[in-house]
Design a protein around this ligand. Structure first.
Ligand code: SIN
Ligand code: MN
Length: 204
C-alpha cells in the first residue's frame, strides 16, 4: 500500500488534514478512555518547578515525564503501575504514514483544557532522530507554531483540527514547535471540551 501524500507541508512538517474521519476519531477517544483509566492523567512540572498547563499520561513501553530532575522517559506511571499498551488504532496510523518496520514505544497523551498551551520546544529526548515523531490531534482546534532547528529561526503557524495528523521527520525532526493556544469549544468530540494530542515516538 502506498503512503498517502500530505495535504500541506510547512517547514518540513508534513500535515495530513482530515486524516481521521469522525468515527475513527471517536474510536480513538474510546481507546484513550481505557488508557486514562489505567494510567490517570497527571499535572507535570518542569525542572524549574513550573506547572505545565497540559495534563499528561502515556501508553507504551515508556512514558514521557518531567519533574525537578528534568525531562526524561520512564518505565512506569508516576504511581508505579505499568504504562498501558498503545491502542491498535493509534499504531495503525503510524504503520500507514511511517511504516511497520519499527513501532513506536511511547504514545504521549497531552490534554489541553481551556487556556492550555505548549511553549516552543524541540523533541530531543529520544535516542535516534532518524525516526519521526507523529502527532494526532483530537478535539478543539489548536494553533501550531513551527520554526527551525535554532530557537531564533522564523516561525509560521497553522491551525490543527480534529483528525489532523502531523509527521515531524527529516529536517523537521529537530525543529522547534509548540501550541500557542486552542480555540476552546470548537469541537464536540470530547464531552468536556478541549483537545487531546497524541505523539508517537521511537525512544530507544
Ligand atoms: C508536542 O509537541 O508534544 C505536542 C504538539 C501538539 O500538541 O500538537
Ligand atoms: Mn513536541
Amino acid at each position: 500500500m502506498s503512503r498517502p501524500a500530505p495535504t500541506t507541508t510547512l517547514a518540513g512538517f508534513e500535515i495530513f488534514e482530515g486524516y481521521l474521519d469522525g468515527p475513527a476519531q471517536a474510536a480513538l477517544v474510546d481507546d484513550l478512555r481505557e488508557v486514562a483509566r489505567r494510567a490517570p492523567f497527571f499535572a507535570p512540572r518542569t525542572r524549574f518547578g513550573k506547572a505545565m498547563s497540559v495534563r499528561m499520561t502515556s501508553a507504551g513501553r515508556y512514558g514521557w515525564f518531567t519533574d525537578a530532575r528534568g525531562y526524561r522517559y520512564i518505565d512506569t506511571h508516576p504511581e508505579g503501575t505499568a504504562w498501558p499498551p498503545i491502542p491498535e488504532g493509534v499504531l495503525a496510523v503510524w504503520c500507514d504514514l511511517v511504516g511497520a518496520a519499527r513501532l513506536p514505544d511511547c504514545c504521549l497523551v497531552n490534554y489541553y483544557g481551556e487556556g492550555a498551551r505548549m511553549g516552543l520546544h524541540q523533541d530531543r529526548d529520544e535516542a535516534d532522530f532518524d525516526w519521526p515523531v507523529l502527532s494526532i490531534s483530537l478535539g478543539d482546534e489548536a494553533l501550531f507554531r513551527v520554526g527551525g532547528k535554532d530557537r531564533r529561526d522564523p516561525t509560521r503557524s497553522i491551525w490543527l483540527r480534529s483528525g489532523d495528523v502531523v509527521v515531524m521527520g527529516g529536517d523537521a525532526r529537530l525543529a522547534y514547535h509548540g501550541i500557542d493556544r486552542i480555540k476552546f469549544g470548537t469541537s464536540t468530540l470530547l464531552p468536556q471540551g478541549g483537545r487531546i494530542n497524541l505523539t508517537l515516538r521511537v525512544v530507544d
